[in-house]
Design a protein. Structure first.
Lengths: 341, 319, 325
């Protein structure tokens, strides 16, 4: 059994690799090239911001054992620590401190590293900036890995049901209706309670509850595509179904996949925030930070830096993703595609 | 029309059966009655206490029909379908009573959110669509995306801090059904509920309306001499409401479920906070009932949506 | 025979990949009371855009860049928006190609005609309804009061088009623009609609601008014909002259390619090549890339106007040098 930290790092790197591979593959197609360059032209800021988040996430995923140990902690000496871990290595404070403060928040004790904490420290004395940066990897994992699970699942069921029709369609439609009629939040919670609270099970649970919407869309589109003249011609010529699906149906769903991927991302990250608030989120996520920071707001004077950092980072990522998704939707609108081509 | 409704309800019934089965698998087969009892009574409970608890809650039977005639699966189906919900696993209070108490409270929160949210979103999106391609449009869309990117939790925390703590206009949380003061307690959750949803809604509705303005019948109306305002309100709105309404009607049944987060944060004792409590207390009995109710409402919502489609769009005839 | 509408030098442009493209480039035409001018050309030559320009209905990002449109002497291009709105419908009315999508699907057809009336005249609902019923009768809609409350999707294509015509005529326009009114209809219905237009025109002395790509329709209905290619008028004159003795190479090519002229077994004639996209239009004559009589100067310079007759003209270097035919 691989140690947990190792597989999730691998997962992030794999996701990144998949993203790059997709980009290279798409660039070969003229329409996609134009779409992507149009996207970069329209939303340079959002893309730059997203790249920044991805970079931070990657930095936190490259981890190895060894190097200068943090203090004399023998456990730390054998832990794999990432680039970000190493940058922020140092003795933690005892408790809260304000951003760039020299003394602790309660009791005004001198800090281990005065003015060393750009965003202050939390209740356990951990640097807030450090925890915020680490949250980026978790967010990318939640959005990316879950999409990777749910979109192929949705395509498999949706396209299969739409293309082959008949009993398969009836069965899949029934399954979709059943799952869709269960309030997704409750289903999510039930799944997590049942499967455990690790990152993987949260991602799987999120994947199971989010494939339905896209499956329905994929099925509806496939039904339409199946009636197109060139698809009917292919079938009349005796082309095998698998080939038709791969060459005619799936490429026509590609723009929907891309848009859904981007838009689902923000929905998933927001869902995790709610899960964290219910106590079943992923360790180290911004949602968890927000949850832990909730009662800090009611203190007097209030402790604002924890929730602001996590909330701000969350907002920034979602804003970038939403802007990109929005622009993508306009660019990939079939009507616009037709006019450009 | 009647035949259509009956048929859909029939299909919906099977879907509900499917949901019940799935529910059973999730809650019983994966977490055994012993686990549930242990969670309710504590890890250190004696086996006898566990047995007594299980008997009291009807969990002392075998799971499957092939194991015995008197089994949990049959019980599960029978009790759900006859709406005999039994007692909560956490505190033994009859679930049905709680449902009755909580439903009205939830509605008093979700109905204003729904109505105000819809009205505000339609007005704003019509406004933005009227000024499409101008700076009003672009900044409107920008604001919408901004609003969409904020988690509802942050809206809640922000609202509580800003309005309750700083401005002291409304209480931070709580609920008093007395008609004279209930509005003060509901004002903030309704406000947060409307604001957190308006961004995404306006974005969608605007797209619908702008699409309609490029249609042929709008061109005809203009060629007759109709002004832009008349075109928007008399022609575009009517056609645009078709996709909007169908999306909106689907959400109506869920008004009963209450807004889980809003109720929980603002201390409103509706069905939503009841669900959240059940989650926190591992109260499977209540959770099962809530999911069942939710799926019933969903099926109802589907049928209502299809019917409303035929009412709103004269081209649609249900057979 | 009075000139009701006089359009000069209309230029309408849209943004293209390399700067703005003039889809209507210097079009001039005039419409006379009680007469039909047919605007002919292939898809994409700018016929519909010309019509939209006349009504100032050019959709963004398109823009009317230059030209003048005079309706009974009154200049329309510089009118304010409210003033133009009162012209639309009552001065110039338009019927469109696709009656299914051109009628509002959620409103009853009677109400849509009433709307047209009440936009221009202060009449009560009852009186507007009465007028609508009379109009329905005039355009040949059976059972007018029954059809008044029908939705567009409940009517056949021919009936929908009759509703459109009724709607357009309800405000007694001076000019009627008919944009491919029969293209989406069955051939038998086509004949009926054309007959209807002819009868209505005889009664009311309306000037009609008939936009079509069907030379058969032109032959049925037109008094004068203007041929368009690449956003410009290449030949214009009386129907008999243009169809019988075409001078411009494009017109000649069009007429030669009609199937009826060829015996079974013979190859059909065609104009070689395809219409170039707007981005590739040469600065001179736009037909230069496909013209059998092309000269050196054709692609580079604007072809001159050649008066073939008192009322028949064309724009061509070849004709200028050699004469028509």
């Amino acid at each position: 059994m691989l140690p947990p930290y190792l597989w999730s790092n691998l997962a992030v790197l794999l996701l990144f690799g998949a993203g790059v591979a997709l980009g290279v593959y798409l660039r070969r197609n003229r329409l996609w090239r134009e779409a992507l360059s149009s996207l970069v032209r329209r939303r340079p800021l959002a893309i730059a911001a997203l790249c920044l988040y991805v970079l931070v996430g990657l930095l936190d995923s490259v981890a190895w054992v060894g190097g200068p140990a943090a203090g004399a902690d023998t456990v730390a000496a054998h832990e794999a620590r990432s680039v970000i871990d190493r940058v922020f290595a140092g003795t933690p404070e005892s408790s809260y401190s304000a951003p760039l403060a020299t003394v602790s928040f309660y009791g005004a004790q001198p800090l281990e590293s005065p003015r060393g904490h750009l965003l202050g420290t939390d209740i356990l004395g951990r640097d807030v900036l450090y925890r915020t940066l680490k949250g980026a990897r978790v967010a990318l994992l939640i959005g990316g890995l879950t999409s990777l699970i749910s979109i192929p699942l949705a395509l498999l069921f949706g396209v299969g049901a739409g293309y082959f029709g008949g009993r398969l369609d009836d069965a899949v439609f029934f399954l979709i209706s059943t799952l869709a009629s269960m309030p997704s939040l409750l289903l999510l919670i039930a799944l997590i309670m049942v499967m455990g609270r690790s990152t993987l099970s949260v991602c799987v649970a999120l994947g199971i509850t989010s494939w339905i919407g896209f499956a329905r869309l994929a099925r509806a589109e496939t039904l339409k595509l199946r009636e197109l003249d060139y698809v009917q011609a292919a079938r009349a010529l005796g082309v095998r179904d698998r080939r038709i699906v791969l060459r005619h149906i799936l490429p026509n769903l590609a723009h929907l996949v891309v848009i859904t991927l981007v838009l689902m991302f923000s929905g998933l990250v927001l869902s995790e925030v709610i899960l964290a608030w219910l106590g079943i989120g992923v360790d180290g996520s911004w949602g968890q930070m927000i949850d832990q920071a909730r009662d800090e707001f009611s203190r007097d004077p209030i402790i604002w830096w924890n929730i602001s950092a996590a909330g701000g980072a969350l907002f920034g990522l979602l804003l970038a993703v939403n802007f990109i998704g929005d622009a993508l939707r306009d660019i990939l609108d079939p009507r616009t595609l037709r006019e450009d081509a | 029309m009647l035949a259509f409704v009956v048929r859909r309800l029939f299909y919906g019934f099977f879907v509900v059966l499917g949901v019940l089965f799935l529910l059973f698998i999730l809650f019983f087969a994966v977490a055994s009655p012993d686990d549930i009892a242990r969670r309710a009574l504590g890890e250190k409970a004696l086996p006898q206490a566990l047995e007594v608890w299980k008997v009291n809650h009807g969990y002392d039977k075998p799971l499957w029909p092939w194991q015995a005639r008197d089994n949990l699966l049959a019980d599960h189906f029978r009790s759900m379908l006859s709406f005999d919900f039994g007692r909560s696993d956490a505190d033994d209070v009859p679930i049905a009573r709680r449902l009755r108490q909580g439903a009205g409270v939830s509605l008093s929160l979700t109905v204003p959110i729904f109505v105000l949210g819809l009205g505000l979103a339609v007005l704003l999106s019509l406004f933005v669509a009227f000024f499409r391609e101008t700076y009003i449009d672009t900044s409107g869309v920008f604001l919408c995306v901004l609003a969409m990117s904020v988690s509802i939790l942050l809206y809640i925390v922000g609202a509580q801090y800003l309005v309750a703590k700083l401005l002291r206009w409304f209480p931070i949380s709580g609920y008093d059904p007395d008609l004279r003061v209930v509005a003060r307690f509901l004002a903030m959750p309704v406000l947060v509920g409307v604001l957190s949803g308006v961004g995404g809604d306006v974005r969608f509705y605007r797209t619908v309306f702008v699409e309609e303005t490029s249609r042929d019948y709008v061109r005809t109306a203009r060629s007759k001499g109709a002004g832009e305002l008349r075109v928007m309100i008399f022609h575009v709105l009517r056609n645009g409401m078709i996709p909007i309404l169908t999306r909106v009607v689907l959400a109506i049944p869920f008004l009963f479920m209450g807004a889980l987060l809003l109720e929980s944060f603002f201390g409103i004792p509706g069905l939503g906070s009841m669900t959240v409590d059940a989650i926190n207390n591992n109260d499977f009995a209540t959770l099962r009932v809530m999911v069942f109710i939710g799926s019933l409402l969903f099926v109802l919502g589907q049928v209502i949506t299809d019917v409303s489609y035929s009412l709103v769009d004269p081209r649609v005839r249900l057979e | 025979m009075s000139t009701l509408l006089e359009a000069r030098g209309l230029v309408t442009s849209y943004p293209g990949a390399a700067g703005r493209v003039r889809v209507v480039d210097g079009v001039s035409l005039s419409l006379e009371a009680g007469r039909v001018l047919a605007l002919v050309g292939e898809s994409g030559c700018g016929k519909s855009q010309t019509a939209f320009t006349l009504l100032r209905l050019v959709a963004k990002p398109g823009r009317i860049e230059a030209g003048s449109v005079r309706l009974e002497g009154r200049e329309l291009i510089h009118l304010s928006v409210p003033q133009m709105r009162s012209v639309r419908g009552s001065g110039i009315a338009m019927i469109f190609q696709e009656p299914m999508t051109s009628l509002n699907p959620v409103l009853r057809v009677g109400a849509q005609v009433v709307e047209a009336i009440r936009l221009h005249e202060r009449v009560g609902a009852a009186s507007a309804r009465q007028r609508t019923l009379e109009l329905f009768g005039r355009v040949g809609i059976p059972d007018p009061s029954g059809r008044f409350d029908a939705y567009p999707h409940q009517l056949s294509g021919g009936l929908k088009q009759r509703v459109m015509i009724a709607m357009a005529l309800s405000t007694h326009p001076k000019v009627l623009i008919a944009d491919e009114p029969t293209t989406s209809l069955d051939v038998t219905i086509q004949a009926q609609i054309l007959q209807l237009l002819r009868d209505l025109q005889r009664e009311s002395e309306t000037a009609i601008l008939l936009i079509t790509h069907d030379l058969g329709v032109v032959n049925e209905l037109a008094d004068r014909v203007a041929v368009m290619y690449g956003g410009r008028i290449v030949e214009e004159g009386p129907r008999v002259a243009v169809l019988g003795r075409p001078s411009h190479p494009y017109t000649q090519g069009l007429l030669r390619s009609m199937p009826g002229r060829v015996r079974p077994g013979q190859r059909l004639e065609e104009i070689p090549g395809v219409v170039p996209p707007p981005a590739e239009w040469p600065p001179g004559c736009r037909f230069a890339t496909r013209c059998p009589r092309v000269r050196v100067s054709c692609a580079a310079e604007m072809p001159p106007e050649v008066a073939l007759d008192a009322d028949h003209r064309t724009f061509c270097f070849a004709v200028a040098e050699e004469g028509g035919g």
